[in-house]
Design a protein around this ligand. Structure first.
Ligand code: ATP
Length: 230
């Protein structure tokens, strides 16, 4: 689905990505794993043009992202962020911001897809728990019918139970072939639960075989300041 060739992102003196060549499949859950500062978010943000490469190419279905209108791209490539951020108003209002023409049956179906009771449609965002709010954000992204979902450390502000529910729901969506997911995390246990063959980044590049094996064995990445593989 995505194809990156020798991608570098350089910002001032930092080099968040330093020569990434990689294909991301259009099915299931693909995990990008790495310590803090290894470049995971930058890589994810490239995929919907929240970030642009300094050099190299990023293709989506074979087309250079440069050639695709960013707004059209963002409708096809949905993103859920680390912190659940709902707009003021009810969950219904939030879903209608994303898709103003959605009828009630569509709104209810979206909540069911993310495992939330339909009664939540009329609750205001501020009254939801963190886990409910994050799944409402997922519903708001899904209602635009993206071809792929990008999920950036989406469980990091959630408690273990809420994290588990979100993981399970994501696996169901991706496993049923509804929407492929690219999932970024620094959490080794979570990574291998979701994808037995995660992509491992270190210092802005793909880990080599030795670094990858060490990271997956739970040996902290000493090249990056971090709590690392937990
Ligand atoms: N706009 C920017 N300006 C300067 N440096 C940046 C910028 N964006 C990212 N970086 C640096 O690039 C490196 C990679 O950042 P990135 O956020 O992609 O890492 P990450 O693996 O997602 O980290 P985390 O898990 O902590 O979010 C970091 O050292 C970061 O400080």
């Amino acid at each position: 689905m995505f194809s990156l060739h020798d991608v570098v992102v350089a910002i001032d003196d930092a080099r968040p990505l330093d020569g990434i060549t990689l294909d991301l499949p259009g099915r299931g859950v693909t995990v990008i794993l790495g310590a803090s500062g290894s470049g995971k978010s930058t890589l994810l943000r490239l995929l919907n043009r929240l970030e642009v490469p300094t050099s190299g190419t990023v293709r989506f279905h074979g087309r250079d992202l440069d050639e695709i209108d960013p707004l059209a791209l963002r409708r096809q490539v949905g993103m859920v962020f680390q912190r659940p951020t709902l707009f003021p108003g009810t969950v219904r209002d939030n879903l209608r911001v994303a898709r103003p023409d959605a009828d009630d049956a569509t709104l209810e179906r979206m909540l069911e897809r993310v495992g939330l009771p339909v009664a939540l449609l009329d609750r205001v965002g501020d009254d939801l728990s963190g886990g409910e709010a994050q799944r409402a954000c997922l519903a708001r992204t899904l209602i635009t019918e993206p071809e792929v979902l990008l999920m950036d450390e989406v469980t990091s502000s959630l408690d273990p139970r809420a994290s588990q529910l979100l993981e399970e729901r994501t696996q169901q969506l991706a496993g049923a072939g509804e929407v492929p997911v690219v999932w970024v995390t620094h959490d080794l246990d979570q990574a291998v639960r979701l994808d037995p063959e995660p992509i491992v980044l270190t210092q802005g590049r793909l880990a080599d075989a030795e670094e990858r094996a060490a990271f997956l064995a739970g040996i902290p990445d000493r090249t990056t300041q971090d709590e690392g593989a937990s």
